[in-house]
Design a protein. Structure first.
Length: 256
């Protein structure tokens, strides 16, 4: 069923019936690859196909599908990122779509960008497309970077991942980490924020990611919260900033 996974309207995890089509094996009918079909034992004085039973030879349990961003990364060309300036309005990989809002007036973006940027040392917003690990999950090259512009005067849609409902797929888990920009800002401070912990290291600062599942009607089905940095413990040796790709279980949002 793997080759049928992306067929619109087909849930390959819920197939119960298959249809066999009888054809005349004289070469006039072609298969999916365009080759003529010949029947070496043509039938005579018969209604045609006579099937007494069908056996499954290679049965494989349906397992989770893994979606990466390598196809999108392959389209970056000489650029190390695509922030939506290409005008696509979204990014799609298999049955997953990522929203993007790019402003040609301000050359700014919100939602998601696709990146292969590897810079883990340059501070500041000019290095907004890199993550602190220097690459993708499991040594892959490509990853997505999310940004939410929550300006009260011009609020945009937050970074959103949408599954094609025709596939019947649901979310199970994903990997997250911090951008280089965020990590260095939390460690050192910058023109927009002080360093986490403050001068004494005792300020109870934290950075928390909230992942909200939303169903087809737009109704929230639940939240999953992930601490990307936490300086609240009384023992400062317990303070941390996430600097690796971290798996997050979102199976509780499978109805989204």
């Amino acid at each position: 069923m793997a080759e049928l996974r992306d067929q619109a309207g087909l849930d390959v995890t819920a197939v119960k019936y298959v249809r066999l089509v009888d054809i005349v094996g004289d070469g006039l009918t072609r298969d999916a690859t365009g080759d003529s079909i010949y029947d070496p034992t043509p039938t005579f004085q018969s209604a045609g196909l006579d099937v007494d039973g069908v056996g499954v030879i290679h049965a494989v349990e349906t397992g989770p599908g893994v979606i990466d961003f390598e196809t999108l990364g392959g389209g970056l060309g000489p650029s190390q990122f695509d922030n939506g300036a290409s005008g696509a309005g979204q990014f799609s990989e298999d049955e997953l779509s990522l929203n993007n809002d790019y402003s040609t007036a301000y050359q700014s973006w919100s939602g998601w960008s696709i990146s292969q940027t590897t810079d883990t040392t340059t501070a500041g917003y000019t290095n907004q497309y890199a993550n602190i690990t220097g690459g993708g999950v499991d040594d892959s090259d490509t990853f997505a970077v999310g940004f939410f512009d929550s300006s009260p005067s011009d609020a945009l849609t937050p970074p959103t991942m949408t599954l094609d409902p025709a596939t019947g797929a649901s979310f199970d888990s994903l990997y997250v980490t911090n951008t280089t920009y965020a990590v260095l800002s939390m460690q050192q401070g910058d023109g927009f924020a002080k360093k986490f912990g403050g001068v004494t290291g005792n300020d109870p600062d934290y950075l928390r990611l909230t992942i909200t599942g939303v169903d087809a009607s737009g109704t929230p089905v639940g939240d999953v919260k992930v601490m990307l940095a936490d300086y609240r413990p009384a023992d400062n040796t317990q303070d941390f900033i996430v600097d690796t790709w971290t798996p997050v279980d979102v199976s509780s949002l499978s109805d989204a």
